[in-house]
Design a protein around this ligand. Sequence first.
Ligand SMILES: N[C@@H](CCC(=O)N[C@@H](CS)C(=O)NCC(=O)O)C(=O)O
Length: 291
Amino acid sequence: MMLEAVLKGCSWLRENGRAATATVVLLAVGAVSVKRYVARKNRRKRWTAVGKDLVIVHGLPKGRRTPNLSPFVLTLETYLRLAKIPYQMDYEEPFGPKGQSPWITLNGKEMGDSQLIIEMLGRRFGNDFTAKLTPEQQGAARAFHMMVTEHLAWGFRMWRWVENRGQSMLQEMPRIPLFVQLLMPLKRRKIFKSTYIQGIGRHSPEEIHSIIERDLAAISLYLGYKAFLMGSDPCEVDCALFGSLAQIMWNYPGSPYETMVKVKYPNLKEYVLRVKERLWPDWDQCLRSPK
Ligand SMILES: N[C@@H](CCC(=O)N[C@@H](CS)C(=O)NCC(=O)O)C(=O)O
């Protein structure tokens, strides 16, 4: 009986070769999609069940030298620590509603973009540190914040993904599946395309180093001997600056920016260490284990 059914199946496959292949492929794709859909739904159920007002930060993986390899994730985590808002990290689904990292789930609602998240949390939990500054300082804080996230970040991205070809970054990541490694050239191409459209990708490496050095020099000058960028207390712009400079200090080995931060403008290095000491007393416990 069984043998008869198998033989019948084989002869049907022989006669309907193409249709059979298409059916098998469709069924396989369908099964994978359903599995992914269910896993996604279950993750969301879990994130909604964590309790009221606990922020789940979804981000790229931890590094061995910094608690996160993304400047934007590190910025958000630093802000949550500054504002003393309880949070939990998730590394299962790093890219969220805007296709970028970080994003958050808060009381079952999803939101993307570190800057918008920080502003929303500031309003919701009454933790807007910049609002306590003088109007002149508020203007300067906004200008520096944008310099860090919309200008410096592009220069740093160029080194990480184009000059260094993502090598230092990849070494810091947990074991990457082979298919992701094979997709890396495409990822680099996509990033290079975005830097070309933004404009920075049209300059030579030397030009970019000099443009970015002028930003770092300006920040170093403005910081001077102050403890934090806007004075004796940290605020939102410090979180963004720390998120970026910490990457340079620990994840950009051999880059011209590492020398700038550590040697040429040493108050930047001292500043990074100061923020780390103040807001990341558990830094070492937040790193990925060397194994
Ligand atoms: N404006 C965003 C920028 C976030 C961002 O660029 N994240 C990077 C990781 S460091 C990313 O997700 N890149 C993937 C992509 O843009 O496709 C924010 O502040 O959150």
